[in-house]
Design a protein around this ligand. Structure first.
Ligand SMILES: [Zn+2]
Length: 380
């Protein structure tokens, strides 16, 4: 059976003492990250060599002893991951973590130990009692997943984070996929667009304008207020917090919508085909609604990818070099004029079929995915 990683996010309700310890843990995690980021400018990143330096560092900065030692190691691994990502994608060198980031976090791994024939975990979830056991913090009250009685898998790690003055924990669990193998009967192509979030090859449109408009207005308004407020004033802090809350609401609305769309698409279809995302093209634009789109596409592809896996469905991503919007899905004629994004509808000069840009592209994407699937069948 195949294993997958699944994330569960719970709201945390720490006591006063626990909240203080969480703040300290976040601070220590940031300190370690920044300390070794500084070292990495002179001494090439090597997580294991860095970890060897930890005991010495703890002796120098005694307050590091107050927190879970595992999170200090995790912080080094986080830095290492940031570097690996940079080496792979050639963009975004790891940056120093600042206290003013809207999301502050630390991660700790679940450590399993055996003692007198009993197994102990450093992280434990009890969904009946609504508590999570975390190193040093002990039992913290949680809320979330009301209908979930039990998690069937091994906890790998937990990330505790603070956002808009609230605490959360994201628990990463390794689960086995337990789904029958199916012979695909249905296929769908997805075109990700600006006008609509997704158009499917059977003509379904998924739109995300409504919530974007709702929050974009609020965010713009608050940003104006913030720029007019006096630096260092209490009022400014208030607006800043309000803005953080609106951003959080926007993210939650997006997550919920994308969860619904990806659920529907992976339930109704056996083979799902989409285009690969052009990463470099996506990050550059600073316009708000564009940012939201980029995040939505990434999130959608991520969700469809893992939900297909859970449900034993096939998911293909077509190379970006494939000219999905230039080909007539009816006869295969290639129309180079369609590089112009303004053309929404066109009549094929060869077969006279009237093509709607996004729908036509999604059908081409579907056909290209079908080709890949047939190739796979031949070689297996
Ligand atoms: Zn044609």
């Amino acid at each position: 059976m195949e294993k997958i990683l699944k994330g569960y996010v719970f709201r945390l309700y720490p006591t006063k003492e626990q909240a203080i310890l969480i703040e300290k843990s976040i601070g220590c995690s940031r300190f370690i990250y920044n300390y070794f980021l500084d070292i990495s400018k002179e001494e090439k990143i090597n997580a294991y060599n860095y970890i060897k330096k930890l005991p010495e560092l703890i002796n120098e900065y005694l307050w590091l002893k107050e927190v879970d030692s595992c999170l200090l190691r995790c912080s080094i691994f986080n830095l290492d991951n940031a570097y690996q990502k940079y080496f792979k994608e050639k963009k975004g060198l790891p940056k120093f973590k600042s206290k003013t980031r809207s999301r502050q976090s630390y991660r700790t791994n679940n450590i399993t130990s055996n003692y007198k024939e009993k197994t102990y975990n450093s992280i434990e979830l009890d969904l009946n009692k609504k508590i999570i056991k975390l190193p040093k913090l002990k039992e913290v009250a949680i809320k979330g997943y009301r209908n979930l009685k039990q998690i069937n898998g091994k906890i790998i790690n937990a990330t505790v984070y603070k956002e808009a003055n609230k605490y959360y924990v994201s628990v990463c669990v390794e689960e086995y996929i337990n789904q029958p193998i199916i012979t695909p009967k249905t296929i769908i192509g997805l075109d990700l667009g600006i006008k609509n979030l997704v158009i499917t090859s059977d003509g379904k449109v998924y739109d995300n304008q409504k919530y974007i408009q709702k929050y974009e207005k609020k965010i713009k308004g608050l940003q104006k207020w913030l720029s007019r407020s006096q630096k260092g004033s209490k009022n400014r802090e208030k607006i800043r917090l309000k803005l953080a809350r609106v951003y959080q609401k926007l993210r939650n609305a997006r997550k919920y919508l994308i969860h619904q769309i990806s659920k529907e698409i992976t339930e109704e279809n056996d083979i799902i085909v989409a285009e690969k995302l052009k990463i470099n093209q996506m990050v550059k634009n600073s316009h708000l609604s564009k940012q939201i789109y980029d995040a939505s596409w990434q999130e959608l592809i991520r969700c469809i990818s893992y939900k297909s896996k859970w449900k034993n469905k096939k998911f293909y991503q077509i190379d970006t070099s494939y000219p999905s919007s230039q080909i007539c899905s009816h006869c295969g004629y290639k129309n180079k004029e369609l590089k112009n994004l303004k053309i929404r509808e066109w009549e094929c000069p060869k077969c006279q079929n009237k093509n709607e840009r996004d729908l036509n592209a999604s059908i081409n994407i579907m056909n290209e995915g079908l080709k890949q699937y047939m190739d796979e069948l031949q070689f297996n």
